[in-house]
Design a protein around this ligand. Structure first.
Ligand SMILES: Nc1ncnc2c1ncn2[C@@H]1O[C@H](COP(=O)(O)OP(=O)(O)OP(=O)(O)O)[C@@H](O)[C@H]1O
Length: 308
């Protein structure tokens, strides 16, 4: 089966602010109809990359393609198919939600029916006639998204859309983005510095660290990448003592707490052997389990490893 061409593709993307290099040879591939989580710690270069994709920064080295066409050559028609939420949306606080959307709709010369449509899409119809100054941060973000959705874009580029939202706001935003992808066929590229905020909706992930892409692939591939880092966790009374009883070929065992010991997982036979050794040495064994690293740990490992 042919793989569909990426909706966003950068090749050898490098960028400097003045003399300070920020991005180094970034090759992004955002597949159509994906939710692509662009992850990285603060200062890694996420916003800079997203700004370049929106043509908001001076031309970088390398190429940027949107929808299979070069951004530098076809800027206006390509950006016409993109909706963006890059900073806090600029809203008129004294107007209500409907009036805010209506103002942008008129300015952009879009059909009248779009205003009600986008308000419904982001779940703000019932609050459309309340002044925006009374909106929660989550509602403001959704109103910002409504503005971005006005021209019915194929691609949404969102910089930290869940940043600062409370758990309810995050849940609502996540549900909305999933709906936009699954029911309306939008491709969504969104950045975050927390994998926990995007892991339940992203289909693909790019991890950037110090301006370099440290990983890119599906969420499953990210999970698989770290399966070699599983560890055996032993709950006992005296972890220090147990550590001294274990043969060294099992790798360096680490004392995590007075009664908790961890060492690299090797095989089921290793687990059986460990149990036997400790019990026959008279140590109580309250639990013995194999733990896969969480996505959070995987993400931290990736960003730490490339920071060296
Ligand atoms: N206008 C600018 N002039 C000079 N340096 C900048 C400018 N904007 C950002 N930088 C620097 O570029 C680097 C990357 O910043 P960027 O905002 O892209 O990171 P980020 O991953 O989005 O992080 P954050 O989540 O903190 O915004 C940082 O070191 C930042 O200080």
């Amino acid at each position: 089966m042919l793989t569909p061409p990426p909706l966003v593709e950068t090749r050898g993307l490098s960028f400097s602010y003045g003399k300070r290099p920020i991005l180094h040879d970034v090759n992004l591939h955002v597949p159509p109809a994906s939710i692509y989580g662009f992850l990285g710690p603060n200062g890694a270069g996420k916003s800079t990359t997203l700004r370049i994709l929106l043509g908001l920064l001076p031309a970088p080295a390398g190429s940027v393609q949107l929808f299979g066409h070069d951004l530098a050559q076809h800027r206006l028609p390509l950006l016409g198919r993109v909706g963006a939420l890059i900073e806090m949306p600029s809203l008129y606080d004294h107007l209500n939600g409907f009036e805010n959307v209506e103002a942008t709709r008129r300015l952009r010369g879009l059909p009248r029916h779009r205003t009600a449509e986008v308000l419904t899409l982001v779940g703000l119809s019932a609050d459309a006639h309340r002044p925006v100054r009374a909106y929660s941060l989550g509602m403001r973000q959704r109103l910002g998204l409504a503005l971005a959705l006005l021209p019915d874009p194929d691609l949404l580029i969102l910089d930290e859309p869940t940043n600062g939202l409370d758990p309810q706001g995050i849940t609502e935003m996540r549900a909305l983005l999933l709906r936009l992808q699954q029911e309306h066929g939008k491709t969504i590229l969104l950045s975050s510095h927390l994998i926990s905020e995007i892991e339940r909706m992203a289909t693909h992930v790019g991890v950037i660290q110090q301006g370099r892409l440290a990983f890119q692939g599906t969420v499953r591939e990210l999970q698989r990448q770290q399966s070699g880092r599983a560890q055996v966790v032993i709950e006992t009374d005296d972890a220090e003592r147990c550590r001294n009883l274990l043969p060294l070929e099992f790798g360096a065992a680490r004392v995590l707490a007075t009664g908790t010991l961890a060492l690299p997982y090797q095989s089921p036979e290793q687990m059986a052997y460990l149990a036997q050794e400790l019990v026959s040495a008279g140590q109580p064994l309250y639990s013995l389990r194999c733990e896969q690293p969480s996505l959070e740990q995987t993400f931290l490992h990736l960003t730490e490893a490339t920071a060296l």
